[in-house]
Design a protein around this ligand. Structure first.
Ligand code: 5GP
Ligand code: ZN
Length: 111
């Protein structure tokens, strides 16, 4: 069994509120939402962070980025959305399984 929380969520060993999944990615609601809509988009493949991306991940990363506007629309975010990728302790990364935060909804503060 993996010790990585997000690998365990992807495997269904830890419950989450999934909103989308396919053979490459899993998308679920953040347990501590910072906005009306706060999703986490993760690859099924374990990658620690952006620091660990290799050329072989280019297609996967492009796929994840192109998925974001579709997910946002499905969540009712017609006006737009924010994405954040925290990288390393200095970037505020707590879970070392690469993930994209997708945030939106009324009252989203300025950045
Ligand atoms: P990071 O700071 O690593 O970019 O963000 C990690 C995110 O994962 C945080 O926003 C945190 O609320 C979320 N998170 C941590 N543990 C869990 C969990 O068990 N389930 C879900 N759904 N989200 C989690
Ligand atoms: Zn993992």
């Amino acid at each position: 069994m993996s010790e990585c929380l997000f690998c365990r969520i992807a495997a269904g060993e830890v419950p989450s509120e999934r909103v989308y999944e396919d053979e490459r990615v899993v998308v679920f609601r953040d347990i501590n939402p910072k906005a009306a809509v706060h999703l986490l988009v993760i690859p099924r493949e374990h990658i620690d962070s952006l620091e660990d991306l290799a050329p072989e991940h280019d297609a996967l990363m492009g796929y994840m980025l192109r998925l974001l506007p579709k997910l946002a629309r499905e969540q009712g975010l017609a006006d737009g959305f924010r994405t954040i990728i925290n990288t390393g302790p200095g970037g505020g990364q707590i879970i070392f399984h690469l993930h994209i935060h997708l945030l939106g909804g009324p009252g989203l503060p300025g950045f």
